[in-house]
Design a protein around this ligand. Structure first.
Ligand code: C2E
Ligand code: CA
Ligand code: CA
Ligand code: CA
Length: 279
């Protein structure tokens, strides 16, 4: 029995070392990845549920790791947050997205709103507003074509300061949306003081639409709440026709998901939108 216990202990130690090691490898790699140009953005269309028109795209970051291949943001954004690297990475994402959107407009694509994810640490950073202003000025993108997606986590930390920061962003003419709505604990009464334009229903509530009456109740409540607050509402993670028809019938305004398109590299996105100048 004693031997067995010892073996178990060694087993767990090895497992733990493996995950800590992975973390350290990624963390070490993150430091050089930005300078080495290992990050790129892909763009997922956002579609108007009633007209079927693509009115915007969300920029999502990918890391082409020289040894490990493509690494998704769920694996490195938390590390970048912890290490503070998110500020530099986030600025790169913001600038790249603005430059890309302006390039599409110059190429004759119908104008799109580009959404950029801003993580809590990045949103709290003192120079955020300045950085957004600079990214717009340097790219020549008009502010109305940029939106920042923030999670409820941003609001949780310091409500007063978050609202003040949001107001500064809005004053620039840049839109704001609350991402993953329903997964955090932001109070409903706080919601009415946010200068936001859109609520995004988290994909965990979208997955079982048509199968789970609980998720249907949550989704239709969020849609009703958004509309009563005069906000638009978008559903993410829409993969099936059934989910789309539920959302459309329940008054959801916009959708995003594999049903319409996966996130695409810039050239493929432009091809999808069928820009005459790019054919
Ligand atoms: P998110 O902002 O909630 O983004 C939605 C995620 O759902 C994306 O994963 C997207 O590729 C995925 N998705 C889209 N359509 C579908 C669908 O129909 N079904 C399913 N199952 N998934 C779908 P991704 O690209 O792996 O990004 C994961 C998360 O990483 C994002 O979640 C966001 O929180 C974060 N992230 C991505 N890019 C950035 C960035 O540039 N900056 C920051 N701060 N965070 C980012
Ligand atoms: Ca998002
Ligand atoms: Ca989301
Ligand atoms: Ca999410």
């Amino acid at each position: 029995a004693k031997d067995k216990g010892k073996n178990n202990c060694q087993f767990y130690t090895r497992e733990m070392n493996a995950s800590i090691e992975e973390k350290l490898v990624l963390l070490e790699g993150l430091r050089n990845a930005l300078d080495d140009g290992q990050f790129r953005l892909v763009y997922q269309p956002k579609v108007d549920l009633h007209t079927g028109r693509v009115f915007g795209v969300e920029a999502l970051v990918r890391w082409d790791h020289p040894e490990h291949g493509v690494i998704g943001p769920d694996r490195f954004i938390p590390l970048a947050e912890e290490s503070g690297m998110i500020v530099a990475l986030g600025e790169w994402v913001l600038r790249t997205a603005c430059v890309q959107n302006r390039a599409w407009q110059d190429a004759g694509l119908p104008p799109l709103c580009i959404s950029v994810n801003v993580s809590p640490r990045q949103f709290e950073e003192a120079r955020l507003v300045e950085r957004v202003q600079q990214a717009l000025a340097d790219s020549g993108l008009a502010p109305e074509w940029l939106e920042l997606e923030v999670t409820e986590g941003v609001i949780m930390r310091d409500l007063q300061q978050a609202v003040a920061k949001m107001a500064q962003v809005r004053a620039m003419g840049v839109s704001l949306s609350i991402d993953d709505f329903g997964t955090g604990y932001s109070s409903l009464s706080a919601l009415k003081s946010f200068p936001i334009s859109t609520l995004k229903i988290d994909k965990s509530f979208v997955r079982d639409l048509g199968r789970s009456s609980g998720d249907e109740a949550i989704a239709s409540s969020i849609i009703g709440l958004a509309h009563r607050l005069r906000l638009r509402v978008i559903a993410e993670g829409v993969e099936t026709e059934q989910q789309r028809s539920f959302l459309r019938e329940n008054g959801c305004d916009e959708m995003q998901g594999y049903l319409f398109s996966r996130p695409l590299p810039p050239a493929q996105l432009a091809a999808l939108l069928n820009a005459p100048a790019m054919q």
